[in-house]
Design a protein around this ligand. Structure first.
Ligand SMILES: NC(=O)c1ccc[n+]([C@@H]2O[C@H](COP(=O)([O-])OP(=O)(O)OC[C@H]3O[C@@H](n4cnc5c(N)ncnc54)[C@H](O)[C@@H]3O)[C@@H](O)[C@H]2O)c1
Length: 334
């Protein structure tokens, strides 16, 4: 019998995780798909081959036939559901952000530290993306010398009206904050946020431009544009003392026709990061078996939320805003 897993939240991401766990990872048994919407829970459970569907996440977490929990419900539910799983001593893979507020993340850190064992993985799946992995390997091998500037571009086709500049920083940018911390092995020290002066600042989805300074004096330059219109597009360029590392366009096929050359763009993040989600879920599953934590920790979730909070402050009042981190508990030292 495999590890019996419950997926909580069966929307865009939950359905994807349910498919991966139910259909693609032999060591997993998809025990439950739970969603507040019963019809969605049933449909995703049936599609992914789950044993059953459910609507009450707390009952699912307490269920003795569930060994581990993947949380893919909305951001505001992450901390209460993660705390419930920790109270049961069950491993959790929680979608990013661990919480929009750093103080909420610290509740998870306190509960996990009290248990004295790492049980929480934060769903920063880019750490498992083969392209970012190659970028880190090349940097660590000294191929471009010491890193100086990391340019990040995060563009979505369109966001809903309620997805404003604050959410661009608390919901989208944490991917960039985490991958920059992981790649560079460096912490964010200060953050400034700008918006193009000619853009309608009152328009919720206007782009934000983040410039952060790290403790070691590097620059991280992040464009978040959730209404880029033309396609889902994530880019990264790492400038070193003696070279440049660039993420390549992941398109596999180029169309040459009618005197033009083109490649496709995805409508959202799932095609671009399909392999990263699968590798992330596989690493989480393996970590349950081996007891060796994988991926981003609750501390990494806290760090991204703390940077995001400072970013929201910088958006409102100008910057740079200095980023003070709490003391890191020994549980997260490796
Ligand atoms: N890692 C990534 O690249 C990535 C990409 C997109 C979204 N996300 C994150 O994944 C999470 C889900 O995003 P989504 O786009 O799938 O959202 P979604 O709105 O498509 O799905 C959320 C689902 O959760 C259900 N739900 C709401 N409250 C619930 C509760 N208390 N218990 C059980 N189910 C509940 C809703 O009915 C809905 O079906 C968010 O936290 C988001 O930030 C991560």
């Amino acid at each position: 019998m495999g590890v019996r897993i419950a997926v909580i939240g069966a929307g865009v991401m939950g359905a994807d995780h349910a498919r991966i766990l139910g259909r693609e990872l032999p060591g997993a048994e998809l025990a439950v798909v739970c969603d507040a919407d019963p019809a969605r829970a049933e449909a995703v459970a049936a599609g992914a081959g789950a044993v059953r569907a459910a609507t009450d996440p707390l009952a699912v977490i307490a269920d003795r036939t569930v060994d581990a929990v993947l949380i893919a419900s909305p951001d505001a539910t992450h901390v209460p559901l993660t705390l419930a799983a920790l109270a049961e001593g069950k491993p959790v893979l929680c979608e990013k952000p661990l919480a929009p507020a750093a103080a909420e993340c610290r509740k998870v850190i306190a509960a996990e530290t009290a248990r004295g064992r790492r049980l929480v993985q934060t769903g920063f799946m880019r750490r498992f993306d083969p392209a970012y992995g190659e970028m880190k390997a090349a940097l660590d091998a000294g191929r471009i010398g010491p890193a100086l500037i990391f340019h990040c571009f995060h563009r979505n086709v369109a966001a809903p009206d309620w997805f404003d500049g604050r959410m661009a920083i608390t919901n989208s940018a944490p991917h960039e904050f985490d991958i920059a911390r992981w790649l560079l092995g460096d912490e964010f020290a200060a953050i400034s946020v700008f918006r193009p002066g000619m853009a309608d600042g009152s328009r919720p989805g206007a782009p934000v431009q983040i410039v952060a300074e790290t403790s070691a004096g590097r620059l991280v330059n992040i464009e978040i544009n959730v209404n880029a219109a033309y396609g889902y597009d994530v880019r990264g360029e790492l400038v070193g003392e003696s070279g440049l590392l660039s993420l390549r366009d992941p398109a596999r096929v180029e169309v040459n026709s009618a005197l033009a050359r083109s490649t496709g763009l995805a409508a959202d993040w799932r095609p671009r990061f399909a392999e990263a989600y699968r590798l992330q879920d596989a690493a989480w599953l393996a970590s349950i078996g081996t007891g060796q934590p994988a991926g981003a920790s609750a501390w990494d979730g806290y760090a991204a939320a703390r940077i995001a909070e400072a970013g929201v402050q910088a958006l409102a009042g100008g910057g740079p805003v200095l980023i003070a981190m709490a003391d890191r508990p020994a549980l997260y030292s490796s």
